[in-house]
Design a protein around this ligand. Structure first.
Ligand code: GRF
Length: 211
């Protein structure tokens, strides 16, 4: 049976779109049961509507209030895995602990480098030659938690924040569906704070890093 996902967004929702497209394949081991946004004007909500996925807007005035309402709605929807996809608010610690190992996030850097906002700008400022994106299980501290999958992206001469962000985003759209597939098929196990993946083969990495 397909694992039931909730996708939490705040904005554009291009990673949501990548997950919608992955879930459209009948062989994909997950389905999106609900999309939750903390902003009523998030463009990503229209992507959910277009795909006939129920949407819920929960205003994020108070962290605790948001967590209580989100928790109630997620349980009512029978959600098994929460995917943060450009969800721009910190989640309440109790919420994260209550959903421990059932919340994943995508971040536009090779964590633990460049946590927080403007990860691409941080990468350009330091002058790294490679950066990328990471999907990880969520822990209360921002952009921390056991790493499921990462994709490497080169930083090229002449890159500005927009160009680098676009290159990383293309990698994100491949990485997130792959990481969710690993979780949904039960291939991930957290051991000593690290993710072990059953049957992970070297060619799997090549799929993520066409460069
Ligand atoms: C992505 O870069 C993601 O890594 C970060 O926020 C951005 C969301 O983009 N957490 P989108 O809303 O999925 O297009």
């Amino acid at each position: 049976m397909a694992m039931r996902l909730a996708v939490l967004i705040s904005g554009r929702g291009s990673n949501l779109q990548a997950l919608i497209e992955a879930c459209a394949d009948p062989g994909y081991p997950a389905e999106i049961g609900v999309v939750i946004s903390n902003r009523a004007d998030a463009p990503g909500l229209m992507r959910a509507v277009a795909a006939d996925i129920p949407t819920i807007v929960i205003a994020h005035r108070d962290r605790g209030e948001f967590a209580a309402e989100a928790d109630m709605r997620l349980r009512a929807e029978g959600v098994e895995l929460i995917c943060l996809a450009g969800f721009m608010r910190l989640l309440d610690t109790n919420f994260v602990e209550g959903w421990r190992d059932r919340v994943v996030n995508i971040h536009p850097s090779l964590l633990p480098a460049f946590r927080g906002l403007h990860a691409q700008r941080q990468a350009l400022a330091v002058g790294v030659r490679f950066t990328g994106c990471t999907v990880h299980f969520v822990r209360p501290e921002v952009d921390t938690g056991p790493i499921i999958a990462q994709a490497v992206v080169p930083v090229l001469p002449g890159d500005d924040e927009a160009k680098l962000s676009a290159r990383i985003l293309a990698a994100e759209h491949r990485l997130y569906p792959l990481a969710v597939r690993l979780v949904a098929t039960g291939r991930t196990r957290i051991v000593d704070g690290r993710v072990e993946i059953d049957g992970w083969q070297a060619p799997d990495f090549a799929k993520l890093n066409p460069c």
